[in-house]
Design a protein around this ligand. Structure first.
Ligand SMILES: C[S@@+](CC[C@H](N)C(=O)[O-])C[C@H]1O[C@@H](n2cnc3c(N)ncnc32)[C@H](O)[C@@H]1O
Length: 247
């Protein structure tokens, strides 16, 4: 079963192995007026701070919530001006109207939305926004090349049923989940396709950070890269949803 503490066990690798979010995403957040210097932002499930950094670089006043001890410590040391709270999204509460922006980056699938959404509804300012994005490590619109076929074979060889959520890139279904209960309304939906060249070590390290991959499977994927010439181009997709609280 996917385990949310997986990331904390690979905290050092996490920051170096996971590619940063595409600049097109940051540009869109800025164009939507969500990144405002001095505004108050809350990043939930912040990990090592890959999304938090976007908010800090924009000059926002940032609070980050991360349950993993090692990840929270790493985040605090690299972004010392951020208020880091070691807790789950379900555990934390803030006074009403505390934030202008709440971000959830590649983490919303770990949350109990029945608990978290009402809290976010209260904690957002009246004109605040919730921005939810997630990188899918495999763009389904790109026909699989030899490396992706090898990756699929590794996944198919598992005893357990496939562990990846089928609707990972189904933005409409994520929007419906976030609108459950009528507390939020989607005001913007987007997706960013991007690609990256990876060598065998990059693949081993990156795949080791995936919560549904074992270390042995990650090494097998790295061997596949070597056998395919030492480098592969991977195609990824980062869907973005922006929601406003319904008042
Ligand atoms: C894939 S990582 C994403 C980290 C970071 N947001 C990023 O974009 O790189 C998922 C993060 O969610 C955190 N997480 C898992 N369950 C959580 C929960 N219930 N509340 C808050 N964070 C949680 C994990 O500890 C991990 O840091």
């Amino acid at each position: 079963m996917p385990d949310p503490t997986h990331f904390d066990r690979h905290a050092d690798l996490y920051d170096s192995a996971r590619p940063p979010y595409p600049t097109a995403l940051t540009d869109r957040l800025a164009a939507l007026g969500l990144l405002r210097a001095g505004a108050r932002a809350l990043d939930l499930g912040a990990g090592s701070g890959q999304a938090t950094r976007i908010l800090v670089d924009a000059g926002m006043e940032v609070t980050a919530v991360e349950p993993g001890r090692a990840l929270a410590a790493r985040l605090q040391s690299t972004l010392p001006d951020v208020e880091v709270i070691r807790a789950t999204a379900e555990e934390v509460s803030f006074p009403d109207g505390s934030f202008d922006l709440v971000t959830i980056a590649t983490a919303v699938h770990w949350f109990d939305l029945h608990v978290v959404l009402p809290k976010l509804h209260r904690t957002l300012a009246t004109d605040g926004r919730l921005a939810v994005w997630r990188t899918a490590y495999g763009d389904p619109s790109v026909p699989p090349g030899p490396f992706r076929e090898r990756v699929q074979r590794i996944v198919d060889a598992r005893d357990a049923p496939p562990r990846r959520q089928p609707d990972e890139t189904d933005t409409a279904s994520w929007a419906r989940a976030l609108e459950t209960g009528g507390l939020f309304r989607t005001v913007h939906s987007d997706e960013f396709a991007w690609s990256i060249d990876l060598d065998a070590d990059d693949v081993r390290d990156l795949f080791t950070t995936f919560s549904d991959w074992t270390a042995a499977e990650a090494r097998e994927a790295a061997r596949a890269v070597d056998e395919l010439g030492g480098a592969v181009t991977e195609h990824y997709l980062t869907p973005l949803l922006v929601l406003e609280p319904v008042r």
